[in-house]
Design a protein. Structure first.
Length: 440
């Protein structure tokens, strides 16, 4: 008997280990569209539907087929649609400000970057009907800004950093400031300007590194022969004081949104891939980013698939191309992203990724015009994503809304900027249905 008791702790550890191994994935029981069924028109998107696009599903290259749809005014009473159990309301109407990146300060103020106007707006508090109690203009005079973040990242930041199209600047800041307490000082004097204009900013968990997203200047210009692509299509690493450290990851055509996973500390990005290879090439993607990783642009895509327009350049790079974690409908124009860190949504949403799909005209049928949810298990993606916020298409088939940025609001709801109609949407969980919505 004593001999058997000696093994009890071992058996107990096996039981615990087995529990971990057998723990259900978030996507268990979901109806997941795969293969050619995963392609869709934005007008047909349904909240809660899950999709998985795999590299093996990619069609052969074709020719570009730009769409003919145009941006139209929001129809009277039109609202985005969320899965059962969620409600959507207008958090704020921003006039002509074209809101894009949105992030929450440690004191719960909501900062929104107005890219076209070169300004930043701050919203404070929330009424019972889900609207801000106060708004102020924090800063103006910026140069096509997009990225914004707070440093240090703890409870007492000293600076607000902003990514202009050609530089990174910072404003002195203390919790509760509704207006910049000093002029912007340049931290990075010069970034490649022109081309894709979004320069997002995040800081490493230890605060020692600042990551800056810089998209390409072109569709597929070869950096070997086009100096305008120097230090582009990459995530660049700097110190918070602006000293260049190196290229953190490369071959990422347009890494628009950046985010740090709240538990793993991994860097993630939401990107726009290249155009003019057909309706269903090349998928956009959302992925964790490996330091020193190469993601293919412009020579390859989604692994070792060569872009024939580059005439076989750099064959030695083929086996180095990293396949992204989650492939998204081609030409969706994946923009801002964030991880859900609130407690209002059901528990299975905790630390999942959300990404705003801005929508593109580089497809004969519409793509994007939605917010997607990416379920993560222990910070890892399975390749599945879910149509979460849809309904941005008018009855005539043209888009009226263009989601751009997303963040977790202080009350645990989700805030989504829409620069198509200059509105910030709020998605709240009402508890009326199971939040795990299994799709249609």
């Amino acid at each position: 008997m004593k001999r058997h008791l000696r093994w009890a702790p071992f058996y107990a550890s096996l039981l615990v280990l087995g529990t971990v191994i057998l723990q259900a994935a978030k996507t268990d029981g979901w109806n997941i569209l795969t293969g050619q069924n995963a392609w869709s028109d934005s007008a047909k998107l349904v909240p809660g539907q899950a999709r998985r696009i795999s590299p093996k599903d990619l069609p052969p290259p074709g020719s570009g087929t730009p769409g003919k749809q145009k941006q139209v005014p929001r129809p009277a009473g039109a609202m985005p649609k969320a899965p059962a159990g969620f409600s959507v309301n207008i958090y704020a109407e921003t006039g002509a400000n074209a809101p894009r990146q949105i992030r929450v300060a440690p004191n719960n103020d909501v900062f929104v970057v107005n890219q076209q106007q070169g300004s930043i707006t701050v919203f404070r508090g929330m009424t019972a009907d889900g609207k801000p109690m106060q708004s102020e203009t924090f800063a103006t005079g910026l140069s096509t800004p997009f990225g914004i973040n707070f440093y240090p990242s703890g409870s007492n930041p000293q600076w607000v950093y902003v990514g202009n199209i050609n530089s990174v600047v910072r404003f002195p800041y203390r919790n509760g400031d509704l207006k910049a307490r000093g002029a912007a000082a340049k931290v990075i004097e010069s970034l490649p300007a022109g081309g894709h204009p979004t320069r997002d900013i995040v800081f490493s968990p230890d605060g020692k590194s600042m990551y800056v997203a810089v998209g390409s200047a072109s569709n597929i210009d070869d950096p070997d022969t086009h100096p305008t692509e120097f230090h582009r299509a990459a995530i660049l690493e700097y110190t918070p004081e602006g000293k260049f450290v190196g290229i953190y990851a490369s071959g990422i055509r347009n890494p628009v949104g950046l985010a740090i996973h709240p538990t793993t500390g991994d860097l993630w990005t939401s990107i726009n891939e290249r155009d003019n290879l057909g309706d269903n090439l090349v998928p956009d993607y959302v992925t964790s980013v490996k330091k020193g990783g190469f993601y293919g642009w412009p020579y390859f895509y989604i692994g070792g698939n060569p872009d024939a327009r580059l005439m076989g350049a750099h064959p030695e790079l083929k086996d180095k191309v990293i396949v992204p974690d989650v492939l998204v409908q081609p030409h969706s124009a994946s923009v801002g992203m964030a991880f859900y860190t609130g407690s209002q949504f059901p528990a299975e949403y905790k630390n999942d990724a959300f990404a705003a799909e801005h929508g593109s005209w580089n497809r004969s049928i519409k793509a994007g015009h939605e917010v997607i949810r990416i379920p993560l298990d222990n910070g890892k993606a399975s390749g599945v994503y879910q149509d979460f916020l849809t309904g941005f298409i008018a009855p005539d088939g043209n888009p009226w809304g263009r989601p751009s940025g997303v963040t977790t609001a202080p009350d645990g709801s989700l805030l989504v900027t829409d620069d198509g109609v200059n509105i910030i949407w709020r998605v709240a969980y009402t508890g009326a249905a199971n939040g795990k919505n299994k799709g249609k």
